[in-house]
Design a protein around this ligand. Sequence first.
Ligand code: HEM
Length: 453
Amino acid sequence: MNEVVTKRLENSSLPDWDRSQKPRLGGLWAFQNQRLRFLEQLRQHGDIVPFKLFRNRCWLISHPDLIEQVLVTQNKKFIKHFALRYLRSFIGNGLLINEGQSWLKQRRRMQPTFMPSMIAKFSELMIEQSNKLIDGWQDLETVELHQELSRLTLAIATRSLFATDADDDASEVYEVLKEALAATNARFGSRFPIPSWIPTPGNRAIRRAIHTLQSVIDRIIRKRLDSKVLGDDLLSKLIQSRDENDATAMTSQQLRDEVLTLFLAGHGTTANALSWTLYRVGKNREILEKMRAEWKDALGDREITAADVPHLKYTQAVVQESMRLDPPAYIMGREATEDLELGERLIRTGDTIFLSQWVTQRDERWYRDPLEFRPERWLEIDSSEKNRFSYFPFGAGPRVCIGNHFALLEFPLVLATILRKIDFELIDREVEPWPLVTLRPKGPMKAKILRLD
Ligand code: HEM
């Protein structure tokens, strides 16, 4: 650490974690068992609130200005937090977990692949897979929306990564990934989290599932490298990707870690976002009808394309509002690598900072009637400008989600494709959020399908 900074902060009169009063809210037990409520209660105590988790000195930060400081202005003073880092032993060192120069190099290599112009070519497969999903739905059949949409987003992710000519490989990845996700969710949903290095049945199940997934991905990569035939899928782009300062390609290990990370970071989040969006519009029929009117105006009777998406302002507002109220990434964290001042507090090296989309995006200081699902708020002038960092479903700053354009293209395409051909009635009117790795529905989200064709 720079000596001048150390000296200044040692002399700081601001209270650090030890000298700040901590609300008594039940600590680890409350975090594990009533996580959303716990975060909301912490917020009641201020915009920067200390608490303890395991042995870690933690802070919940809720004010947009402080969020900007952590993610953008002072981002170099942080690395990812302990819980995420410890996923490394399971999923390797892909973009989500990587740090420093190694992260920067990988991010520079991969960024061009995820630009909107590159992502647009996946629109056809997004529409094709959505059509395939609803073709399997019978009139008056009851389906479980979250399960169906997870199938869809996994099919879209596998085909974007490995193209359609790898159908056998894709379906194998699909099956193995399902097991890996079930094992991971079972572990994170457990009331008593046990460190990943202890060989409990839960930890062994995740390791086994991830190991199988890694072998399948390795085989696909090897086959692709041996064949020397590259196409338009993400894997081909990753194989070809180079950093502008370094012409070397990624190693097979890097490729595998990045592919696995893209799967894990991209599939559950998109399935959850789509599920919550259908749930919200299922409960607000007039919103569904407004979206349909927009599609009728813009598309007539033709199929939607990627070029239509920027013009579908109301549909985009629905998606934005859905990710405001039910953010798939509901919490994120950082660890301070040096002492710093933040919001009238002294953050010490090693302190953990949590930022919660769930908390900040439901704060009445930034959103009028925050618990109301009202897409119109995004169409009102200046509403999104009011405070840029009061809305951060994809994070922000240098480590903003690399898949955000992918997701924001996928959502309108999937919604329009499904909801122009299908109507549905929610059977479960009240579905609770379940804050595991991402914010998923707790229990089934059942709906009766009514075909419109
Ligand atoms: C609704 C959908 C999604 C949401 C809400 C979401 C959310 C996020 C958030 C909040 C972060 C930042 C984490 C942090 O800074 O600690 C992130 C990072 C990341 N996301 Fe997403 N994501 C979504 C979809 C996707 C998709 C579709 C992909 C892949 C195609 C993806 C791949 C990644 C990767 C690789 C990172 C790490 C980026 C880096 O650190 O350089 N995400 N995501």
